[in-house]
Design a protein around this ligand. Structure first.
Ligand code: CP
Length: 307
């Protein structure tokens, strides 16, 4: 049975430990020697495509990129038949998909002989969460992810797939996470990556960004308008205006607060230039750790002697 990286929630603690360890380990440029990894993107990407491609190539492998226009997942051909075909030529397939259920369908169709990596779905963004943890641990705990216990992290804005994976990853390490969002955009229980079911840190919900960030060690934000929701842009700009991460809001947090954003940023909407470009901002280090995260995930998938 091949290993699957679909959500943070479904990984065992020992699996996550290996991923975080391998992310920062010396490069083994023979790990994927001569091996191809299929990259399937149903949605646009910069960081995820760049980090996946560079990590595979640095580990000795090569990538083949498939856009939605070429494959037509569920339009030209069913997800099951795409998976069955790719499994004839690749051992690992990394996908950015619209519908999270595609992963379960592909797993069933291939009897788990093809390792799948979730590069973002409507339910989760787990590769981003691994990078976020690495970034926060590097800044606050000399790289030791176990050192995040008790850290106060506040997510401000639209509670999305990114929020869900971030919460699950941090709560499992004992960090406390507050999600400050307008009620209509707040986290809901259920789904494939459910922060309400995690043992570890405390999850808190707030509708007041000012109250939420008081004393925070980390403030995290993301786009107000996720991919596919462009028709809601005008309404969302109104609804999220009080949730902008600006100097006034950041001034309420801990004096040493760090600011994260998974990017792309919409300067002047969810975050101001002054904050994004400030010394508090870890966003470029966060982008760097997207590659580290992929190295860790690929290392874990290729780990020898596993179940
Ligand atoms: N953060 C992130 O996933 O960036 P891309 O959409 O550019 O890959």
């Amino acid at each position: 049975m091949s290993r699957q990286f679909i959500t943070i929630e479904e990984l065992a603690k020992k699996d996550l430990r290996v991923i975080y360890r391998d992310a920062l380990a010396p490069l083994n440029d023979e790990l994927l020697k001569g091996q191809g990894v299929a990259l399937v993107f149903e949605r646009p990407s910069l960081r995820t495509r760049a980090s996946s491609s560079s990590a595979v190539q640095e580990l000795g492998g090569y990538v083949t990129f498939f856009s939605d226009e070429e494959i037509g997942l569920n339009t030209r051909e069913s997800a099951e038949d795409v998976a069955r075909t790719l499994a004839q030529m690749y051992a690992i397939c990394a996908l950015r998909v619209r519908d999270h259920d595609v992963f379960a369908r592909m797993r069933r169709a291939t009897n788990d002989t093809l390792s799948l990596i979730n590069l973002l779905s409507n339910a989760a963004h787990p590769t981003q969460a691994i990078a976020d943890v690495l970034t926060i641990a590097e800044h606050f705990a000399k790289g030791d992810v176990e050192g995040l216990k008790g850290l106060e992290v506040v997510y401000v804005g639209d509670a999305t797939n990114v929020t869900r994976s971030l919460c699950v990853a941090l709560l499992r390490l004992g960090a406390h996470v507050t999600v400050a969002a307008p009620e209509a955009y707040q986290l809901r229980q259920g789904g494939a990556e459910d922060p309400f079911n995690v043992e570890g840190g405390e999850l808190r919900l707030s509708s007041s960004p000012a109250d939420a960030v008081r004393g925070a060690d980390v403030i995290y934000t993301d786009a107000w308008v996720s991919m596919g929701l462009e028709a809601e842009t005008a309404q969302r700009r109104v609804d999220f205006a009080p949730f902008q991460v600006n100097e006034e809001l950041v001034g309420l947090a801990s004096p040493d607060v760090a600011v994260l954003h998974c990017l792309p940023a919409h300067r002047g909407d969810e975050i101001t230039d002054q904050v994004l470009d400030s010394e508090r901002s870890l966003v470029w280090r966060q982008a760097f750790h997207r590659r580290s995260a992929m190295l860790g995930i690929l290392g874990w998938i290729k780990e020898e002697h596993h179940d």
